[in-house]
Write a protein that binds this ligand. Structure first.
Ligand code: A2P
Length: 267
Protein backbone atom coordinates (compact mmCIF):
# COMPACT_ATOMS: atom_id res chain seq x y z
CA UNK A 1 0.00 0.00 0.00
CA UNK A 2 1.27 3.48 -0.85
CA UNK A 3 2.47 5.68 1.98
CA UNK A 4 -0.26 8.29 2.54
CA UNK A 5 2.12 10.90 3.99
CA UNK A 6 4.47 10.56 1.01
CA UNK A 7 1.58 11.04 -1.41
CA UNK A 8 0.41 14.15 0.42
CA UNK A 9 3.92 15.63 0.47
CA UNK A 10 4.63 14.92 -3.21
CA UNK A 11 5.14 18.09 -5.26
CA UNK A 12 2.43 18.79 -7.84
CA UNK A 13 2.90 17.97 -11.52
CA UNK A 14 3.33 21.63 -12.56
CA UNK A 15 6.70 21.98 -10.81
CA UNK A 16 10.18 20.52 -11.20
CA UNK A 17 12.16 19.58 -8.11
CA UNK A 18 15.68 20.97 -8.63
CA UNK A 19 18.87 21.14 -6.59
CA UNK A 20 20.45 24.37 -5.41
CA UNK A 21 23.95 24.79 -6.88
CA UNK A 22 25.07 28.09 -5.30
CA UNK A 23 23.99 30.56 -2.61
CA UNK A 24 25.47 33.99 -1.92
CA UNK A 25 24.31 36.29 0.84
CA UNK A 26 24.71 40.00 0.13
CA UNK A 27 23.29 41.38 3.37
CA UNK A 28 20.84 40.70 6.15
CA UNK A 29 18.09 41.44 3.61
CA UNK A 30 19.41 40.21 0.23
CA UNK A 31 20.71 36.96 -1.24
CA UNK A 32 21.24 35.30 -4.60
CA UNK A 33 21.07 31.63 -5.49
CA UNK A 34 21.31 29.29 -8.46
CA UNK A 35 19.80 25.91 -9.22
CA UNK A 36 20.05 23.17 -11.81
CA UNK A 37 18.20 23.79 -15.05
CA UNK A 38 15.94 20.88 -16.02
CA UNK A 39 16.56 19.65 -19.59
CA UNK A 40 13.07 20.61 -20.72
CA UNK A 41 13.10 24.08 -19.13
CA UNK A 42 12.96 26.73 -21.86
CA UNK A 43 12.55 30.47 -21.32
CA UNK A 44 13.31 33.83 -22.89
CA UNK A 45 15.81 36.16 -21.20
CA UNK A 46 13.86 38.53 -18.90
CA UNK A 47 11.04 36.13 -17.98
CA UNK A 48 9.94 35.07 -14.49
CA UNK A 49 8.93 31.70 -13.07
CA UNK A 50 7.12 30.46 -9.97
CA UNK A 51 9.61 29.19 -7.39
CA UNK A 52 9.42 27.97 -3.82
CA UNK A 53 9.36 25.18 -1.28
CA UNK A 54 6.94 22.61 0.01
CA UNK A 55 5.01 23.94 2.99
CA UNK A 56 3.76 20.80 4.69
CA UNK A 57 1.68 19.06 2.05
CA UNK A 58 1.35 22.11 -0.20
CA UNK A 59 3.78 24.00 -2.42
CA UNK A 60 4.44 27.63 -1.48
CA UNK A 61 5.44 29.44 -4.67
CA UNK A 62 6.21 33.08 -5.58
CA UNK A 63 7.05 34.77 -8.88
CA UNK A 64 10.82 35.18 -9.32
CA UNK A 65 12.56 36.82 -12.27
CA UNK A 66 15.21 34.56 -13.75
CA UNK A 67 18.50 36.45 -13.31
CA UNK A 68 20.53 34.33 -15.76
CA UNK A 69 20.34 34.41 -19.57
CA UNK A 70 18.40 31.89 -21.67
CA UNK A 71 21.65 30.23 -22.85
CA UNK A 72 22.99 29.50 -19.36
CA UNK A 73 23.14 25.96 -17.96
CA UNK A 74 22.04 27.10 -14.51
CA UNK A 75 19.14 29.25 -13.37
CA UNK A 76 19.92 32.18 -11.07
CA UNK A 77 17.71 34.30 -8.82
CA UNK A 78 18.06 37.37 -6.59
CA UNK A 79 15.80 37.67 -3.56
CA UNK A 80 14.95 39.80 -0.58
CA UNK A 81 14.73 38.18 2.86
CA UNK A 82 11.52 39.09 4.60
CA UNK A 83 12.03 38.08 8.26
CA UNK A 84 8.44 36.89 8.74
CA UNK A 85 7.72 36.24 5.05
CA UNK A 86 6.14 32.80 4.57
CA UNK A 87 8.55 31.83 1.77
CA UNK A 88 11.71 33.95 2.09
CA UNK A 89 12.05 33.38 5.86
CA UNK A 90 12.71 29.72 4.90
CA UNK A 91 14.22 30.16 1.42
CA UNK A 92 17.02 32.33 2.84
CA UNK A 93 18.33 29.25 4.69
CA UNK A 94 18.76 27.06 1.59
CA UNK A 95 22.16 25.44 1.10
CA UNK A 96 23.91 23.90 -1.92
CA UNK A 97 22.35 20.50 -2.57
CA UNK A 98 18.93 21.36 -1.10
CA UNK A 99 15.84 20.85 -3.26
CA UNK A 100 13.55 23.70 -4.32
CA UNK A 101 10.45 23.80 -6.50
CA UNK A 102 10.54 25.40 -9.92
CA UNK A 103 7.43 26.10 -12.01
CA UNK A 104 7.32 24.58 -15.48
CA UNK A 105 5.93 27.63 -17.30
CA UNK A 106 8.18 30.70 -17.32
CA UNK A 107 6.50 33.81 -18.72
CA UNK A 108 6.64 37.60 -18.60
CA UNK A 109 6.69 40.90 -20.45
CA UNK A 110 10.29 42.03 -19.90
CA UNK A 111 11.40 40.38 -23.13
CA UNK A 112 13.01 41.92 -26.20
CA UNK A 113 10.10 40.86 -28.42
CA UNK A 114 7.63 43.00 -26.42
CA UNK A 115 9.38 46.18 -27.62
CA UNK A 116 9.41 47.76 -31.07
CA UNK A 117 12.89 48.47 -32.52
CA UNK A 118 14.81 51.39 -30.96
CA UNK A 119 18.30 52.78 -30.44
CA UNK A 120 18.69 53.20 -26.65
CA UNK A 121 17.38 50.62 -24.20
CA UNK A 122 16.73 51.79 -20.62
CA UNK A 123 16.43 48.98 -18.06
CA UNK A 124 14.97 50.79 -15.03
CA UNK A 125 15.15 48.89 -11.74
CA UNK A 126 14.77 49.38 -8.01
CA UNK A 127 15.95 46.92 -5.34
CA UNK A 128 15.78 43.27 -6.46
CA UNK A 129 14.01 44.49 -9.61
CA UNK A 130 17.43 44.38 -11.27
CA UNK A 131 17.12 40.55 -11.55
CA UNK A 132 15.49 40.30 -15.01
CA UNK A 133 18.07 42.76 -16.34
CA UNK A 134 20.83 40.48 -15.04
CA UNK A 135 19.44 38.07 -17.61
CA UNK A 136 18.99 40.57 -20.46
CA UNK A 137 22.43 42.21 -20.25
CA UNK A 138 24.09 38.81 -20.71
CA UNK A 139 21.89 38.05 -23.73
CA UNK A 140 23.74 38.69 -27.04
CA UNK A 141 20.51 39.70 -28.82
CA UNK A 142 20.16 42.72 -26.53
CA UNK A 143 23.33 44.18 -28.08
CA UNK A 144 22.27 43.16 -31.59
CA UNK A 145 19.08 45.18 -31.19
CA UNK A 146 20.34 48.31 -29.39
CA UNK A 147 23.21 50.76 -29.75
CA UNK A 148 23.14 51.65 -26.04
CA UNK A 149 21.94 49.66 -23.03
CA UNK A 150 21.52 51.67 -19.82
CA UNK A 151 20.69 49.90 -16.55
CA UNK A 152 19.45 52.24 -13.86
CA UNK A 153 19.45 50.79 -10.35
CA UNK A 154 17.97 52.80 -7.48
CA UNK A 155 18.12 51.51 -3.91
CA UNK A 156 17.82 52.88 -0.42
CA UNK A 157 21.36 52.21 0.81
CA UNK A 158 24.84 51.60 -0.60
CA UNK A 159 25.19 47.85 0.22
CA UNK A 160 22.17 47.15 -2.00
CA UNK A 161 24.15 48.27 -5.06
CA UNK A 162 26.79 45.52 -4.76
CA UNK A 163 24.85 42.84 -6.68
CA UNK A 164 24.39 45.12 -9.72
CA UNK A 165 28.01 46.28 -9.68
CA UNK A 166 29.25 42.67 -9.56
CA UNK A 167 26.80 41.74 -12.28
CA UNK A 168 28.06 44.41 -14.66
CA UNK A 169 31.69 43.50 -13.91
CA UNK A 170 30.89 39.82 -14.68
CA UNK A 171 29.09 40.83 -17.88
CA UNK A 172 32.10 42.82 -19.08
CA UNK A 173 34.29 39.76 -18.40
CA UNK A 174 31.86 37.38 -20.14
CA UNK A 175 33.45 35.97 -23.34
CA UNK A 176 30.07 35.86 -25.09
CA UNK A 177 28.93 39.47 -24.60
CA UNK A 178 31.85 41.26 -22.91
CA UNK A 179 33.17 43.03 -25.99
CA UNK A 180 29.76 44.38 -27.03
CA UNK A 181 28.88 45.25 -23.44
CA UNK A 182 32.11 47.26 -23.07
CA UNK A 183 30.93 49.47 -25.96
CA UNK A 184 27.22 49.67 -25.18
CA UNK A 185 26.40 48.85 -21.54
CA UNK A 186 26.22 51.46 -18.80
CA UNK A 187 25.14 51.10 -15.15
CA UNK A 188 23.75 54.24 -13.51
CA UNK A 189 23.10 53.88 -9.77
CA UNK A 190 21.21 56.20 -7.44
CA UNK A 191 20.44 56.07 -3.73
CA UNK A 192 17.57 57.55 -1.78
CA UNK A 193 18.72 57.11 1.85
CA UNK A 194 22.54 57.17 1.70
CA UNK A 195 24.91 59.74 0.22
CA UNK A 196 25.84 58.92 -3.38
CA UNK A 197 27.07 60.62 -6.54
CA UNK A 198 23.47 60.57 -7.80
CA UNK A 199 20.77 60.87 -5.13
CA UNK A 200 17.02 60.51 -5.53
CA UNK A 201 14.23 58.32 -6.84
CA UNK A 202 14.54 57.41 -10.53
CA UNK A 203 11.21 59.13 -11.26
CA UNK A 204 12.52 62.40 -9.74
CA UNK A 205 15.85 62.11 -11.57
CA UNK A 206 14.04 61.70 -14.91
CA UNK A 207 11.54 64.47 -14.18
CA UNK A 208 14.07 67.08 -13.07
CA UNK A 209 16.56 66.03 -15.76
CA UNK A 210 19.41 65.17 -13.35
CA UNK A 211 19.68 61.64 -14.80
CA UNK A 212 20.45 63.01 -18.26
CA UNK A 213 22.77 65.75 -16.97
CA UNK A 214 24.66 63.07 -15.07
CA UNK A 215 24.79 60.77 -18.10
CA UNK A 216 25.55 63.66 -20.46
CA UNK A 217 22.88 62.22 -22.72
CA UNK A 218 19.64 63.47 -24.29
CA UNK A 219 16.34 63.06 -22.36
CA UNK A 220 13.83 60.30 -23.02
CA UNK A 221 12.42 60.24 -26.54
CA UNK A 222 9.79 57.71 -27.63
CA UNK A 223 11.10 57.86 -31.21
CA UNK A 224 14.43 56.26 -30.29
CA UNK A 225 14.25 55.00 -26.68
CA UNK A 226 12.77 51.79 -25.32
CA UNK A 227 12.20 51.21 -21.61
CA UNK A 228 11.77 48.15 -19.41
CA UNK A 229 10.77 48.68 -15.77
CA UNK A 230 11.01 46.33 -12.78
CA UNK A 231 10.49 47.20 -9.12
CA UNK A 232 7.78 47.47 -6.49
CA UNK A 233 4.20 48.13 -7.59
CA UNK A 234 4.56 51.79 -6.48
CA UNK A 235 7.59 52.19 -8.75
CA UNK A 236 5.88 50.42 -11.66
CA UNK A 237 2.82 52.67 -11.39
CA UNK A 238 4.87 55.87 -11.09
CA UNK A 239 7.16 54.95 -14.01
CA UNK A 240 4.22 53.88 -16.18
CA UNK A 241 2.57 57.26 -15.65
CA UNK A 242 5.85 59.06 -16.38
CA UNK A 243 6.42 57.07 -19.60
CA UNK A 244 2.88 57.59 -20.85
CA UNK A 245 3.09 61.34 -20.16
CA UNK A 246 6.11 61.39 -22.50
CA UNK A 247 4.34 59.57 -25.33
CA UNK A 248 5.59 56.03 -24.66
CA UNK A 249 3.10 53.21 -25.29
CA UNK A 250 3.02 50.06 -23.16
CA UNK A 251 3.90 46.91 -25.06
CA UNK A 252 3.05 43.25 -24.58
CA UNK A 253 4.08 39.98 -26.15
CA UNK A 254 1.02 40.15 -28.43
CA UNK A 255 1.56 43.82 -29.33
CA UNK A 256 5.06 45.30 -28.93
CA UNK A 257 5.32 48.91 -27.70
CA UNK A 258 7.89 51.43 -26.52
CA UNK A 259 7.91 50.44 -22.81
CA UNK A 260 7.09 47.37 -20.72
CA UNK A 261 6.62 46.71 -17.01
CA UNK A 262 6.71 43.39 -15.18
CA UNK A 263 3.03 42.81 -14.47
CA UNK A 264 3.79 39.84 -12.18
CA UNK A 265 5.02 42.35 -9.59
CA UNK A 266 2.37 45.06 -10.20
CA UNK A 267 0.34 44.33 -7.08
P1 A2P B 1 12.58 55.77 -1.09
O1 A2P B 1 13.76 55.45 -0.23
O2 A2P B 1 12.41 57.24 -1.29
O3 A2P B 1 11.30 55.09 -0.65
P2 A2P B 1 12.13 49.55 -1.64
O4 A2P B 1 13.40 49.10 -0.98
O5 A2P B 1 11.09 50.10 -0.73
O6 A2P B 1 11.59 48.54 -2.63
O7 A2P B 1 12.55 50.80 -2.56
C1 A2P B 1 13.54 50.71 -3.54
C2 A2P B 1 13.78 52.07 -4.11
O8 A2P B 1 12.59 52.52 -4.81
C3 A2P B 1 14.06 53.11 -3.02
O9 A2P B 1 15.17 53.89 -3.42
C4 A2P B 1 12.76 53.89 -2.95
O10 A2P B 1 12.93 55.24 -2.58
C5 A2P B 1 12.29 53.83 -4.39
N1 A2P B 1 10.84 54.09 -4.51
C6 A2P B 1 9.85 53.71 -3.66
N2 A2P B 1 8.64 54.12 -4.10
C7 A2P B 1 8.86 54.77 -5.26
C8 A2P B 1 8.00 55.42 -6.20
N3 A2P B 1 6.68 55.48 -6.03
N4 A2P B 1 8.58 55.97 -7.28
C9 A2P B 1 9.91 55.92 -7.47
N5 A2P B 1 10.76 55.32 -6.63
C10 A2P B 1 10.26 54.75 -5.52
Amino acid sequence: MADQAAILAAPPANVHVVRVTAVKHYSEFLFAFSCERPGAFRFRSGEFVMLGLMNGAKPLLRAYSIASPAWDEQLSFYSIKVPDGPLTSRLQNIKVGDEILLGKKPTGTLVLDALTPGKRLFLVSTGTGIAPFASLIREPETYERYGEVIVTHTCRTAPELVYGEELVAATLADPLVGEEAAKKLRLVTSLTRDPHKLEGRITTLIEDGRLFDYMQAPPLDPASDRIMICGSSAVLNAMKELCEARGFVEGANSEPGSFVIERAFAG
